[in-house]
Design a protein around this ligand. Sequence first.
Ligand code: PHE
Length: 470
Amino acid sequence: MKREQFSSSLGFVLAAAGSAVGIGNLVAFPVMASKNGGAAFLIMYAVFVFFICLPVMLAEMSLGRHTRQNPLGAYTEIGQNRAWRTVGWMSVITPFMIGVFYLVITVWIFGYLAKSVMGQLNELAGPDSFDVFINSNELFIYMAVVIGLTFAILQGGVKQGIEKAARVLMPMLFIMLIALVIYVFTLDNAMLGVKFFLIPDFDKLTGKVLNGALAQAFFSLSLAMGILITYGSYIQKNNNIVQAGKMVAGLSVLVACCSGLLILPAVFSFNPDIQLSELSESSIGMIFMFLPKIFLALQADIGYFGASFIASFFFLLVFFAALTSLVSIIEVPVCSLMDSKGVSRRAALYTLGGAMIVLSVISALSFGRVELFSNLLSYGGVNKSFFALVYDIFYETILPLNGFLLCLFVIYRWKKHNLDAEISQGNSTFAGSVLQKYVNFSLGTFIPLILAVIFVNTVSTIFFGKNLLF
Ligand code: PHE
């Protein structure tokens, strides 16, 4: 069967931006930036995106387009040995497992969306409503809907499913984001928030902050998850990979910045005396515990109906962002199964979907409902649930390792000249350019080195309770 392709470069850009733009950009980034130096953080973040992440991104896209394969196939075909095949397997299992916990988070967002639409804002803003919600039975109804939607998109295939969804959802996401920014700017004290977000404080840029910024940039662009190899395998040969990569990176940074102009003014109009240290660093705490209080407080101004409307609008925005990321991550194992076993998309989806549902249900039950899953293991001096274990192993630990191995693979196994040749197709100015030299040099030297350091430090911090760097 002929491999499906995106209909144009724009189709790829929107699908990849859909993957990159997620709760990381919308919520984690604004909080992190405002706490850690404002514009100074923003500048460093953008530098990391373009100087460290972009080369990795180009490498993944080229590898995919060259081999016309999923990550397992790409590593197997070029690697030609067992060791690289094992890395290929890791690049498929990792997104599958990240999909398991990202699905659970997407279900929570969808649940909050549904409850806002039903006018249950009062309930959402209650002190322990999040704990009650994630352990409720209705969660499984929302899970069924999210799984149904995700699978319906994936079942449509590359052009009619993934690309079409991105073409509809991404422009809507941008418009909704801008509309919400305009709205929060009309609130009292909004400018106070803008100030906290944008005033640079270079003293705050410690090693720890820079490490956090890099990790955030890296993972926010969906790197090392096999996604860009897979989406890359659907790009046409005459499309310009460099231009597309720059656009995806630019869109991701742009959304993160706009989101800062949304979240911080909202926080400061809610409480002008708030100390930034009160804001939880985790997106989960922010989305599900803090923001509902802000929405509820809006009712003094615009009534309960108006406040519910704004909350629904916001959760819809976050839901679109999460859904397109979820689709991209599940496409990796789906594509791998189709390529390697020659099965149909439907068969691949049912097989993987079944396994994913089981694991997601276990994750959803690991917040106190089932003792065994809730306190599964203890390491680094902390008791961990099944959900936390999956997060720690696959998101925190294996991602930097995969990134490290990918750089080595592309430069030392596949070789620079092959990478150059692939990028040059559809981009006649790449050969001999400064960018070419930079991409070759960075991918073979300091980028893998940085990723290796992050990997070792994460293992030491999470599993042994010892941070080696700070
Ligand atoms: N870019 C996503 C985010 O910011 C990260 C991600 C991508 C997670 C794809 C899962 C799947 O949330």
